[in-house]
Ligand binder design. Sequence first.
Ligand code: SF4
Ligand code: SF4
Length: 187
Amino acid sequence: MEDKNDKSGLLREVVDGATGIIGSYAATLTHLFRKPVTEQYPEYKRPMPARTRGRIILTRSPDGKERCVACYLCSGACPVNCISMQSEEGPDGRRRAAWFRINFARCIYCGLCEEACPTLAIQLTPEFAFSKDSIEAFVYEKEDLLVNHGGKDPDYDFYAHAGVAAGRPKGEHIGEDEPVDVKSILP
Ligand code: SF4
Ligand code: SF4
């Protein structure tokens, strides 16, 4: 009885081993006749999805003006503090960044700056290949970041919506109450 069990166990091991070997050879032979999928980078650069989080740009409104109003929200949202800037008022009265700096050596490409931006100025792009041979070269200034297009949403114009007069005085819109004179409710 014991001898019979030994024989059937041995036979099962032989069958399992042979199946494994035949299976692996079959997989190898199948791949021998398949078209290779090797991509010759950098001669061929695979198109990346539009939402890929790569190098950051500063975009412009449809009128060609800078979208960034130097509100500091992106630098406040950045978890690694790699954005810095100084605000100023431009000759046309629009607020803008006098200088704007991103240290790409610290950036972790999380996209939080883009999420925080109210004007869609700062955007991450699919560009990922911008390695440098010195760490200082990763510090990009405004002139390196500013582009001549609107990026992912070219039609959006922050200034067309923000800071525009509502048309009627406060309290005269539909369902709106007269503004309260705060001095009248002081004790
Ligand atoms: S992608 Fe993230 S880490 Fe890079 S600048 Fe924006 S918020 Fe900072
Ligand atoms: S890029 Fe956007 S969030 Fe950052 S300062 Fe400019 S307007 Fe504000």
